[in-house]
Design a protein around this ligand. Structure first.
Ligand code: BT5
Length: 273
């Protein structure tokens, strides 16, 4: 199907997605739903009921899409991608934060077919400094029972009218960036392919190759940043990642600091990598 014949606004069909997927295990069980509260919640419930590693939930719309720290994710119907994957991680527990970084790389590589994008640590994907997508990795359970639910929201065919006014100066979509609709099934299928490849590579070769790929797709290394942490503000130069995926920042005092969570503002503009 050509992009001009793309049925913008219709529910994603697993069979259409599979034409664009080259995966072995991710999305082998693929559930495309209409309206849900949050795909992460649906995926958690499925995981608790025993759904296997690699199960993927996609919804056409979310009424209660979640960001981090209780924030909401605007999820208009039929336009975008709202996806959650169940990962019964055979990765060590310290690798779990790396799943967010891995997803950022996979998203940037997926959308590169349409437009260049860049990662903003820890969980944003931006085009021209505006948020195209966000990642929410949540864990549940312990030991062999541990499950990671990897949620990804990506604005594909949303126009500004589909987004609330307060997002107009900080959000974008592929449609807004390139001026024509994209085939959602293709984006979704390609994304699962990139995710599986990066996941298998992380399991086989460890963090170093992923860290290198991440750095090449991150627009903020070497830039001045301000990070709102849960207990204060850190300002300095973003240096890169440490072995656990934390952001290394050189403070104005010259000291180096590891930041594990927070909201980053890039102070000196933001470009593509
Ligand atoms: C995120 O949180 O960026 C993670 C978003 C994850 C959404 C996916 S959709 C599938 C899965 N199911 C879910 O329920 N969630 C995941 P955070 O970094 O906290 O950013 C949230 C902030 O982004 C909001 O406070 C808004 O400012 C902004 N925002 C909300 N909706 C947006 C949208 N559609 N596009 C761009 N920015 C948005």
């Amino acid at each position: 199907m050509t992009e001009s014949r793309n049925r913008v606004g219709s529910r994603l069909e697993p069979d259409e997605m599979r034409r664009h997927m080259a995966t072995r295990w991710l999305g082998a069980d693929l559930r495309c739903l209409e309206t849900v509260g949050s795909t992460n919640t649906v995926a958690r419930e499925l995981a608790n009921a025993g759904a296997p590693h690699g199960t993927v939930v996609i919804a056409d719309a979310q009424t209660n899409g979640r960001g981090r720290l209780g924030r909401s994710w605007v999820s208009p119907a039929g336009k975008n991608l709202y996806l959650s994957a169940i990962l019964r991680a055979d990765l060590p527990v310290e690798s779990v934060p790396l799943i967010t970084l891995l997803a950022g790389v996979a998203v940037v590589d997926t959308v590169a077919e349409w437009h260049a994008a860049a990662i903003k640590w820890p969980n944003d994907v931006l085009i021209d400094g505006r948020k195209l997508g966000g990642i929410l990795a949540e864990t549940e359970g312990q030991g062999a029972e541990r499950v990671v639910v990897l949620g990804i929201g990506l604005n594909l065919n949303a126009a500004f009218d589909d987004l609330p006014a307060e997002l107009h100066n900080k959000a974008t979509s592929l449609f807004i960036a390139i001026g024509r609709p994209v085939e959602r099934a293709r984006v979704a299928g390609r994304l699962l392919s990139h995710l599986e490849r990066r996941y298998d590579d992380l399991a086989a070769r460890g963090f170093a190759p992923l860290a290198e790929a991440w750095r090449a797709r991150c627009g903020m290394i070497g830039r001045q940043v301000r990070i709102a942490e849960p207990d204060g503000v850190v300002a300095g130069e973003a240096l890169g990642l440490d072995a656990g995926g934390a952001l290394r920042v050189r403070l104005d005092s010259g000291a180096e600091r590891r930041v594990v969570a927070g909201d980053v503002t890039v102070l000196d503009g933001y470009g593509s990598p």
